[in-house]
Design a binder for this molecule. Structure first.
Ligand code: SF4
Length: 725
């Protein structure tokens, strides 16, 4: 029973899910409009536009027509988001595992006292790095910021990273190297609407963020994907490479661009450096060799370059398909090289960008919950950055820990000699979403203490020692930063249910019990944001000029947005980066000298197929939220495996059968879905499902040497019939 008496009757806010952060209006009351199907952009990208949908008796959602990113549309997940507020198994009280192994309800004091006592004991016995923190790309900026501060100041640990490492870290590393600064899209989403050609490398927005397609309906799309996705169905050209060969394809497209005389020589001379070194590698990637390695026909390669070359406005965009590899940084860099050769980045109406996935994947990486970074997107090893942030935090810079382990390495070290003995998880579900999930689950089980803060009993919460029930999107204030670097206000419509607390309150309460000054941790989101602004001042992601007042007045503010004391008007933010210069000291963008290499494992006699993983429209990330929404669960109720009919026949499988997919790490169970458009050497599994349906039971632990991104997109597997054990 929700108390509807408190709070506003209507708020403008944003969808709780992906990085598009579609604008919505939420209303309390009994509005009853129920349109769910009407205008669609096209059959393959279902985006409804009309009226409002009542999902629960208490809360209705409708698109905010004034927000330019979703242009009045929402996808199925956005429309049904209010159902999250009333899930039957919503966590409403802390849970503590007893000596008998059962999780039982306790009051907050009991739960927090138990957590603090265990943390103090482990820290005293093993040192501060015995305690680790794992954050999430869905946390608000305020939470991400205070979580990083809590780890480094109160816990004194270097062991903090977040699940965004599994999302966009390769593109971030490539963007930082190329441009001196990484912002997913260094231009507003709306700029895409005027493009003539858009190359999408490993991105499927028609399914993962359908309203984005409204900005792509004018462009010729070139889609690079081993699968014939919904986006590929809309494309002018679909290139279907062998999994793990996107880098070779990007080198080949650069080769054809230069050899065909399409490189922008004036731009190369004026705005870039390092072309010759990059070209030395690309020169060897003749189209025939590219076809041999990738399977993409020479004619299709040529057509792709022709579409890019004749466009007066063009974009190259990468997604997880190109980035989630043990060579993901080099692959993203190879696509940046292609964009640079064509003279696209830093030109209004053209560019390179990464389609960030998680709701606050962008902001989450800027405020200090990443192992190697401090707020303002600063390097934790930079003495000036340490001095600045330490001054804001009121601590000695020498007392701040250095860089810690990356996300997978941290999970892999849990409970080992010298590894963390306790883990605090905020807003993540690594039991389902981490690679090599069976191994990660065993490592979580080896901990002395696992604490999970969440609003539903996720698979990770179910194995925790302490579960802390926290508020969710429509119950909290804060900010998020969407994929175009625009800072957005999340607004509270409802009070959380009794017994539920905000994450900021949890950090403050824990700090007090750990002997730190609780005043370091504001519980008011605006106060937390004001401190974040100061901590970010002067950094690459400078938020110092952004305020709740300006956001609430409707200003569209993209970082960097520095404070300009005494100057009016205030800084307008930076919707378009790099128009005059790139962020390197010489103002130039840098080509990367990259070379193709095979994935960590390739099919062989024992494991004859590639498995690749991804998302479906009706589910989101680990599915902990969307699997609890009836309409979404009905649309995508269980794990499935997409497989070519010939491949299925060889394995003795028919459409609808239960298949066992096995890699060197483990087996997963999935319902067969025949797809004649899929490569015969590849199967696809969505990763949203729990238990034996976890696609990540298959994925491995090969990491990109720079971004530390795991190779989610390529595993060698075999497929046969599922036999119940
Ligand atoms: Fe929400 Fe993303 Fe769907 Fe928009 S596209 S409604 S932000 S899940």
């Amino acid at each position: 029973a929700r108390d509807r008496s408190a709070g506003p009757s209507s708020v403008a806010t944003h969808c709780p899910y992906c990085a598009l952060q579609c604008g919505t209006r939420l209303d309390r009351g009994d509005a009853t409009t129920d349109a769910t199907t009407d205008t669609t952009t096209n059959a393959a990208a279902p985006v409804t536009t009309t009226a409002a949908v009542t999902v629960t008796a208490a809360v209705t959602v409708r698109p905010d027509p004034g927000f330019p990113v979703n242009r009045g549309g929402l996808c199925q997940k956005g429309w049904t988001a209010p159902a999250l507020l009333d899930t039957a198994d919503r966590l409403r009280t802390p849970l503590l595992r007893g000596a008998d192994g059962e999780l039982r309800p306790v009051d907050w004091d009991t739960a927090l006292d138990a957590v603090a006592a265990a943390l103090l004991r482990l820290r005293a016995a093993h040192g501060p790095d015995a305690v680790a923190v794992f954050g999430g790309g869905g946390l608000t900026n305020e939470k991400a910021y205070l979580l990083g501060k809590f780890a480094r100041v109160t816990l004194g640990t270097s062991q903090i990273d977040y699940n965004g490492r599994f999302c966009m870290s390769s593109a971030a590393a490539a963007g930082n190297a190329a441009f001196g600064l990484d912002r997913g899209l260094p231009f507003p989403v709306t700029d895409l609407g005027a493009a003539d050609t858009v190359l999408l490398a490993g991105a499927n927005p028609a399914e993962t963020m359908p309203p984005l397609m409204r900005h792509l309906d004018r462009a010729d799309l070139i889609v690079i994907d081993p699968r014939r996705t919904r986006t590929a169905e809309l494309a002018a050209l679909h290139l279907q490479p062998e999994p793990g060969t996107d880098l070779a394809l990007a080198l080949g497209l650069l080769h054809l661009t230069v050899a065909g005389g399409h490189a922008d020589k004036e731009y190369l001379a004026a705005r870039t450096s390092g072309f010759d070194d990059a070209w030395r590698h690309a020169a060897a990637w003749w189209p025939e060799r590219v076809e041999q390695v990738t399977g993409v026909p020479v004619a299709a390669q040529r057509e792709a370059v022709a579409l890019l070359a004749r466009a007066s406005r063009a974009y190259v965009l990468t997604g997880r398909g190109a980035e989630q590899h043990s060579k993901g940084t080099d692959t993203a860099a190879a696509f940046v090289n292609l964009a640079l050769a064509l003279g696209l980045p830093g030109r209004e109406g053209s560019g390179y960008g990464c389609l960030t996935g998680q709701g606050n994947g962008q902001g989450g990486r800027e405020h200090g919950q990443k192992a190697d970074q401090l707020p303002g997107y600063r390097q934790i090893t930079d003495p000036a950055a340490r001095a600045h942030v330490a001054a804001v935090w009121g601590v000695d810079p020498d007392a701040l820990p250095g860089p810690g382990r990356s996300a997978y390495e941290l999970l892999d070290a849990l409970g080992t000699d010298g590894g963390p003995r306790a883990l605090l998880v905020f807003g993540a579900n690594p039991v389902v979403s981490a690679p090599n999930a069976g191994h990660v689950t065993r490592r979580l089980g080896a901990l002395d203490l696992l604490v999970v803060a969440d609003f539903v009993p996720s698979e990770t919460a179910r194995i925790a020692d302490v579960v802390l029930p926290v508020a969710q999107w429509a119950e909290e204030d804060g900010t998020l930063t969407n994929l175009e670097g625009r800072i957005l206000r999340r607004r509270r419509l409802l009070d959380p249910p009794p017994g539920v607390r905000d994450d900021l309150w949890v950090l403050r309460a824990l700090a007090a019990r750990l002997g730190d000054d609780p005043a370091r941790y504001p519980v008011d989101a605006e106060r937390a944001f004001d401190e974040l602004r100061r901590a970010s001042r002067g950094g690459p992601a400078d938020y110092s000029g952004v305020s709740y007042r300006r956001l609430d007045a409707g200003e569209a503010l993209h970082w960097p947005c520095p404070e300009t004391p005494g100057r009016r008007p205030a800084h307008p933010g930076t919707p378009r980066l790099f128009l005059d210069r790139f962020a390197h000291p010489d103002g130039r963008a840098r080509f990367a000298a990259v070379e193709h290499r095979p994935p960590a494992e390739r099919p062989d006699e024992r494991w004859p197929l590639y498995a690749t993983t991804g998302r479906v429209l009706a589910q989101y990330q680990s599915g902990a939220q969307t699997r609890r929404v009836a309409e979404l669960n009905a649309a995508a109720p269980e794990a499935h495996v997409e497989i070519h009919p010939d491949t299925a026949r060889r394995a003795g499988l028919e459409d609808g059968d239960l298949a066992r997919i096995t890699s060197a790490r483990g087996s997963t169970r999935a319902r067969v879905r025949l797809d004649p458009a899929l490569r015969t050497d590849t199967v696809f599994l969505p990763f949203h499902f729990p238990g034996t349906g976890r696609a990540n039971l298959l994925t491995g632990d090969a990491l990109d040497p720079r971004s530390r991104m795991p190779e989610f997109k390529v595993s060698a597997v075999r497929v046969d019939r599922w036999e119940e054990p």
